[in-house]
Design a binder for this molecule. Sequence first.
Ligand code: ADP
Ligand code: ZN
Ligand code: ZN
Length: 731
Amino acid sequence: MSVLRLALPVPLRSLFDYLPPAGMTDRAVAQLQPGCRVLVPFGRRQLSGYLVEVTARSEQPASSLREALTVLDPEPLPGRAVWQLCLWAADYYQHPAGEVVALGFPQTLRDGQPHRPPGCTAWTLTQHGLGLPAGALQRSPRQAQALALLQAAPAVRAQEFKAQGISNATLRTLAGKGLAERCTVAPPREEPECQPGLPLNSDQSAALNSIIDSWGNFGCHLLEGVTGSGKTEVYLQLIAHCLAQGRQALVLIPEIGLTPQTLQRFQSRFGAGIVVMHSGLGAGERYRAWEAARTGAARIVIGTRSAIFATLQAPGLIIVDEEHDSSYKQQDGFRYSARDIAVKRGQLEDCTVLLGSATPSLESLHNALQERYRHHQLARRAGGGQLPAITAVDVRKAPLQGGLSADLLAAISAGLQAGNQVLLFLNRRGYAPTLQCHDCGWIAQCQACDARMTVHRRLRRLRCHHCSAGLALPRRCAMCDSPRLLTNGLGTEQTEETLQQHFGKWPIHRVDSDSMQGRDAMQTLVREVHRGQPCILLGTQMLTKGHHFPGVKLVAVIDADALLFSADFRGEERMAQLLTQVAGRAGREGEGGKVLLQTHYPDHPAMQAMLREDYASQARRLLAARQNSAMPPWGRLLLLRSDSRDARAGENFLGQLRQKTEHSLPGGCRLIGPLPSPLQRRAGKFRCQLLVTAAGYREARTAARLLVAAAEQLPASNSLSWSIDVDPLDL
Ligand code: ADP
Ligand code: ZN
Ligand code: ZN
């Protein structure tokens, strides 16, 4: 008996056994390879699953096994390495394999559509045509010309005939005579044409040469280079090397918003052969990009997080730009880190992995300092730019208008007068985070979350930033009916209003997810700002990530204290990364720029560190401090979360899980909780968590398997859902 063991895209961790489709011979079954899609009945539905193995027996009674409907692919579509990568990731993150494997396919194929290899129409000679001598058909010069082309190659693309001025009618005539016939061939590979790069400075060439020296086997490199130090130039020249070796390059970037800029820079260096992959693409575009990567038609693939699962025909290099960025970590469903998976993929594909950042994560820095990764540093800005000077603006007792102190207003004014652009950072959108009654103290709360509603004045609405709840901006207090409602705190809309009052004659661009709706909004803005006219940019993180605004000389952080008192153990690391990245937008070209941090705590140690130390030394200090608490990267974390309508159910569930597993976890593991999650109620559900700390990688993996196995055995009500987060980012 042969049994097909499949991973199905359902939220269940087990594999599923099926009998081969009726009529499939034993020989054909034996030849099936892992990764092939198989269409099966599942309950009353049909699902497209993925073959993990063909085995001789099943643990289910044979009589209960259902027959698969069809095998959809004669050969597996994902590459071997990607297939192994998915199975590894499913195990590492303890996530259902079918859901992980599905990420390696475009949607239409996940849905069980047949795979149609991309092709272009071409013509080839028939048996009869092959028999003609060279120089035949002289009476019709066009036909003779077409024949000559067909005699020179096994198949000729319709495009090529067109280019030679040979019409379709001529080809149809040849077909009519039985001499030629239509066929399909793979689309032409778009060969990049590398433009020469900039002459590298000594740090850049040291990094590049060292990476090239260890080329050809797996190796992971960390490129730690201050903002504007020319990391991208190193990427580009390394990619040129990779292409020259006949290999493909995969480049991960953190945000869709950065794709047009990155794409443009890559296109002007390499011309053709580049595809992008991100969630903003339509189904057809995604399919074409995936196929181009898989067949090798594309030589460079630029993508966001999930592109790490795209099959490449001959990968030589994987780059993860801004490797510290939290958007590489998926925060729900399959909670993977694309950065970490990139390193694993490099191992499986035996290729070079390059992680780059001005503010590397402590995880990557640790690996570099422990010499698991090669470490390359770029300490100076390339192209003569200088790193900006950072100064604190003590706003204690200072009157603030829209969050802006008199000193900051003066600095903005001076900057604009001098013809420069000014960038203001405020990481809170909306008008104000709180609406309060002046008479009774009532505060507008979200009905479904433990959170306040944010005032969006322009839309005249209150909105919850944790769930989708929204309602019209009330005119009166819900408790006492007083019309005297106040807003507390600050959001970008409010600061924008103040800026309008002071600097109305200059353009003011607010950049947050409210104002940047639509696919092209960000690109349009970037183009406008690149014209270089003096203006004010006011925005959230969206504005700061990776963007290159050469005209910005002054950068100000309106509320530098926002991250000071974070309860998360990564709070200080995040603050240093964020502020360093924001500051890095200043003076990227020419004269040194200036950075102002408005703060109520100029003497706080973390604030002092920002003023006195660069990121590199802050990071090393924070890394040493983490060792004492055995937190990552020294130790490992697992987080089990529960989510339920019933306030007690989650705590009970996680409490039982703790009891059941406590004594069997590997040595050195500690359990903390169950405790309410930081935002206990969200979208109407109560959230609870159980944190597990483990001494190392092995212990964490064993613990994860044990906990998940135990959790699956526990009786739980239908209203409760639970998840495991391996290497969680947010606690
Ligand atoms: P990063 O990626 O580290 O932020 P970029 O690669 O964007 O830095 O480089 C910052 C600026 O410096 C860009 O304008 C780039 O053209 C310029 N640049 C990079 N390398 C060199 C070099 N070797 N010589 C001159 N200018 C350079
Ligand atoms: Zn009131
Ligand atoms: Zn809410």
